[in-house]
Design a protein around this ligand. Sequence first.
Ligand SMILES: Nc1ncnc2c1ncn2[C@@H]1O[C@H](COP(=O)(O)OP(=O)(O)O)[C@@H](O)[C@H]1O
Ligand SMILES: [Mg+2]
Length: 442
Amino acid sequence: MRLSQYFLPVLKETPAEAQIVSHRLMLRTGMVRQATAGIYSWLPLGYRVLRKIEQIVREEQDATGAQELLMPTIQSAELWRESGRYEDYGKEMLRIRDRHERDLLYGPTNEELITDIFRHSVRSYRDLPRNLYHIQWKFRDEVRPRFGVMRGREFLMKDNYSFDVDFAGARHSYNKMFVAYLRTFARLGLKAIPMEAATGPIGGDMSHEFIILAETGESQVYCHSDFLDFDALADAVDYNSDLSAIIKHWTSRYAATDEKHAAERFAAEVPAAKQLTTRGIEVGHIFYFGAKYSKPLGAVVAAPTGEEKPVEMGSYGIGVSRLVGAIIEASHDEAGIIWPEAVAPFRVGLINLKPGDANCDRVASDLYARLLAAGVEVLLDDTEQRAGAKFATMDLIGLPWQLVVGPRGAGAGTVELKRRRGGERSELPADQAIARIRGRPG
Ligand SMILES: Nc1ncnc2c1ncn2[C@@H]1O[C@H](COP(=O)(O)OP(=O)(O)O)[C@@H](O)[C@H]1O
Ligand SMILES: [Mg+2]
């Protein structure tokens, strides 16, 4: 992509309404624009990141055997009356009436709708387990939408729903999602800590929130600092195998949010020097809820004994749009965003310091063509801005690599390569710069 043709409305001034760094940077880099309170348009740069995150989430879901479908954003109130949640949900639900005076709503979540789909087609334990997910916009009329996409009213969520014939199956489904979440967040360059969360009337220990530690987070959290040194799950996982050892390891240290925090346990289980009391961002939440929806909605299956019983369910959410902000909170400096490679909108920012100079133009277009041919996403700054402004914009939008073509180097056959994270620079021949970007020695 050529910057001279790209829709990148970078702001010079920091917008006054933005209170936290990710919100400021998303507005300044023209990633999003507020349409109305808590509702955003995703502009090209932001949308590229959103799609990359979505794709990583999808790949890790698919790896578990979960299957993607797509449910609508608008739902009928009928189902919610059946489950009893139409009244209970309160003012967060956006209620709509159509021209025939029928009550509709903009889905804040999908337990009812998925249970309805399930009950019409599955009757026997032989068709279980199943895990279905979609990545779809939700609406919750939050009292205080704030911090940009972190707490929006309209936001993109990956939500899935597991169906099992008994508790043992439901636990395995839960464990699969637990592991898939660890892998997803690690691929996104994040250290997410699974923390005990409230289970409501169901009880038990099967609800975890996945939290990124950040001072600007909305949740108050308490945890053991060992989590920061836990290794990410790098190797492929066999999701049909017993996953309980992984779960055991990741729940072996104290970690709880406000709601579940027990001060005495924290003091007893965690040495004072390892007690982390801080704030965090909830990026995912997994939950087992048994027959809470299958029972009122009559989603029953025949067990091997022949007996009919409500199917055992769990639901699992990831805040896809919130993650864009969370990643920036976790990865930035004074100059701007520092994208992890996996979600960067472009891998390389190629700066032509002197468009119009024959050498610079030749070297820059050659590099541009070669990177594209190698499948590397590159943003070429071919604008007439002065050098200082070009460097500032590249640092601000935070692409992992910067490749600078200037008159001196272009004459001598070299370019400057800069790593955005860490800032180290080297002057080297174009071939070597490309090899380094592509992760090959050179
Ligand atoms: N208002 C919001 N804006 C952006 N993301 C949200 C919002 N509410 C929830 N999410 C994301 O969706 C995930 C699943 O939501 P859920 O746990 O049902 O919401 P909550 O924790 O608000 O009850 C959360 O972990 C979070 O990452
Ligand atoms: Mg939650």
